[in-house]
Design a protein around this ligand. Structure first.
Ligand code: FRU
Length: 486
C-alpha cells in the first residue's frame, strides 16, 4: 500500500514537473526540444520496429556545449517524443561527436541480427576517429566496440560518419567529412568494422565554412517512379545539397555549379535523414540554431530545437534539380479550430483580428508590383518579425532586425535572410509554422524554406499585413492554433 502511494506521488510530481518544464518562456510547443541541457546536431536517425529514433548531440551536464554525448528520444509518429536516458556517453576524455545509426538486418557485423549500430566520431582536441557501438535492445543501451576506432587517419579534423546499406553492391557505404579540405570521402565495408576508401567529393559549391555532417541518400523525383542521389553537407553555418548519381564508388553532381540551399534562413544546420523509413523515402531533421551565437540564445533549462521532420522529393525546374521539402503531414493532428480571412486588399497596413505565438498559417497572396508586401508576426512593444516579398529585386526577405536581440551582439547582427523566389501565376504561397521562438516558412509547396529563431515577449503576439507601394491582394490566410505535443 505504502509502495503504491509512493509510486502515485512520484507519478503526480513527475507530471507536474514535466508540465511546468514545457511551459517556459520561448519553449516550442510542437517542435522537439530536450527537457533540459544543451543540444545540437541530430544523430543516428533510424527507424526500427515502429519507432523513429532521434539521437542528438548533447551535454548531459549543462546548458552550454561540452561533454558531448548522444542523448536519445523515440517517437511513433515523428511528432510526439519520449525522452530516454543518454545513449552513448563521453568516456575517458573522448567525446561522442555526430554520426548515424543503422539496423544490421543481416548481422554483417556479428553483433546480432537486427542489432542497432551507431557509427560516430570519437573526439579529442588532437584526434578525430570513426567508432561504432551496438545495441541489442532497440537502442535502450549501447556497448562500445572493443576494437575501436574502426577508421583512423590520425587527423585532427575528420568527422560525422553517415552510413547506409547499399543494396546494389551488398555493402555498407559511409560518407564522412574532411572539414578543412571541404571534402566528403566515401568508404565501403562488409561488416561495419573494416572500411575501404572509395573516392572524395569536393571542394565545390559553398566552401566558406568547414564542411560537416554529410548525408548521401536516394530521393524520389516527383511524378515518376525514379530516384536520384542527393548529397547534403553543412558548412558553418548553412547547408547545401548536390543532386546526381552515385555509382557505388563516386558521387557525380549533375546540378549546375552554384549553391543550392536546403534553407535560406539563419537557423538551419546539420540536417541528416532517416534512410530506412517504411516507404524508403528519406525524412530529414535539422538543428535550428547557428554556431555564431548558439550558446547565447536566452533559453533555459534547455538550449536548441529540432526542425519539424521534412519529407523530401525532387523536381526539375528550369534545368536544375530542386529539393522539395514539406513538413510531414502528421502536424495536422495538432490543429485546433481554423481562423480564416479571405480576399483582403491591403494598401498600407492592416492588423488582423487574430493573435498568437503557437500556430500554423497558410496564405496565398498576390504581391504588389512595386515595393515590399507581406506579413509581420510577433508584433508588439515596437518589435516584429517581417516576412516579405520585394517586387523590385524579386526576392523574399525574412527580417528579424526589429525583434528582441539585446541578449547577444552576433545574433543582432545576423538578422536578415533573403532569396530570389519565382511567383507562380503572380502569386506566392507561404506555409508558416510559428512556435514561440521558432518560425519555419515553406514557400510555394516546399520549393524553398526559411527557418529563423526569434525571442519575443509573450505579449508580442499580434499580426499585421502590409504593402509599402500599391495594393497587395491576400486570397486567403488560414490560421490554426496548435495543440502542444508535451
Ligand atoms: C556540427 C558539429 C559536427 C560535430 C558536432 C560536435 O554542428 O560541429 O561536425 O560532430 O557538431 O558537437
Amino acid at each position: 500500500m505504502k509502495k503504491n502511494m509512493f509510486i502515485l506521488l512520484l507519478l503526480i510530481t513527475n507530471n507536474i514537473f514535466s508540465q511546468e518544464l514545457y511551459k517556459e518562456k520561448y519553449r516550442p510547443q510542437f517542435h522537439f526540444t530536450p527537457q533540459k541541457n544543451w543540444c545540437n546536431d541530430p544523430n543516428g536517425l533510424v527507424y526500427y520496429n515502429g519507432e523513429y529514433h532521434l539521437f542528438y548531440q548533447s551535454n548531459p551536464f549543462g546548458n552550454q556545449w561540452g561533454h558531448m554525448s548522444w542523448s536519445h528520444a523515440v517517437s511513433k509518429d515523428l511528432l510526439h517524443w519520449q525522452h530516454l536516458p543518454v545513449a552513448i556517453k563521453e568516456e575517458n576524455g573522448v567525446m561522442i561527436f555526430s554520426g548515424s545509426a543503422v539496423i544490421d538486418e543481416k548481422n554483417t557485423s556479428g553483433f546480432g541480427k537486427n542489432a542497432m549500430i551507431a557509427i560516430y566520431t570519437g573526439h579529442t582536441d588532437t584526434l578525430q576517429t570513426q567508432n561504432i557501438a551496438f545495441s541489442n535492445n532497440a537502442g535502450r543501451s549501447f556497448t562500445k566496440f572493443n576494437n575501436n576506432p574502426v577508421l583512423n587517419l590520425h587527423q585532427k579534423d575528420f568527422r560525422d560518419p553517415n552510413v547506409f546499406w547499399y543494396e546494389k553492391n551488398n555493402c555498407w557505404i559511409m560518407s564522412v567529412s574532411h572539414p578543412v579540405e571541404h571534402q566528403i570521402e566515401f568508404y565501403r565495408s562488409q561488416n561495419l568494422k573494416d572500411w575501404k576508401p572509395l573516392s572524395k567529393f569536393g571542394p565545390v559549391g559553398d566552401t566558406s565554412g568547414v564542411w560537416e555532417c554529410p548525408d548521401l541518400m536516394r530521393v524520389s523525383i516527383e511524378g515518376t517512379n525514379e530516384k536520384k542521389w542527393v548529397l547534403f553537407t553543412s558548412q558553418n553555418s548553412t547547408m547545401q545539397y548536390f543532386v546526381g548519381e552515385f555509382d557505388g564508388t563516386k558521387f557525380i553532381n549533375e546540378n549546375p555549379v552554384k549553391i543550392f540551399k536546403q534553407d535560406y534562413g539563419t537557423d538551419y544546420y546539420a540536417a541528416i535523414t532517416y534512410h530506412n523509413t517504411p516507404d524508403k523515402n528519406p525524412i530529414s531533421i535539422g538543428w535550428l540554431n547557428n554556431w555564431n551565437y548558439a550558446n547565447s540564445i536566452p533559453t533555459s533549462p534547455w538550449k536548441s530545437t529540432m526542425s519539424l521532420p521534412r519529407k523530401l522529393s525532387l523536381k526539375k525546374i528550369n534545368g536544375e534539380w530542386i529539393l522539395i521539402q514539406q513538413p510531414v503531414q502528421v502536424t495536422e493532428k495538432l490543429r485546433n479550430e481554423a481562423f480564416v480571412f479571405v480576399n483582403k486588399i491591403v494598401e498600407k497596413e492592416e492588423a488582423l483580428n487574430f493573435s498568437g505565438q503557437v500556430f500554423e498559417l497558410e496564405l496565398l497572396f498576390q504581391p504588389s508590383s512595386a515595393g515590399e508586401s507581406g506579413i509581420k508576426l510577433a508584433v508588439g512593444n515596437n518589435h516584429f518579425l517581417k516576412i516579405s516579398y520585394d517586387a523590385t529585386d524579386q526576392q523574399m526577405i525574412v527580417d528579424r532586425s526589429q525583434t528582441n536581440s539585446s541578449f547577444n551582439k552576433t545574433f543582432a547582427s545576423i538578422n536578415t535572410s533573403s532569396a530570389k523566389i519565382k511567383l507562380q501565376n503572380g502569386k506566392l504561397k507561404w506555409h508558416i509554422y510559428f512556435d514561440k521562438s521558432i518560425v519555419e516558412i515553406f514557400v510555394n509547396d516546399g520549393e524553398a524554406v526559411f527557418t529563423t529563431q526569434i525571442f519575443p515577449e509573450e505579449d508580442e503576439n499580434n499580426i499585421q499585413l502590409f504593402s509599402t507601394n500599391g495594393n497587395t491582394k491576400f486570397d486567403y490566410l488560414t490560421f490554426w492554433k496548435m495543440k502542444s505535443i508535451w
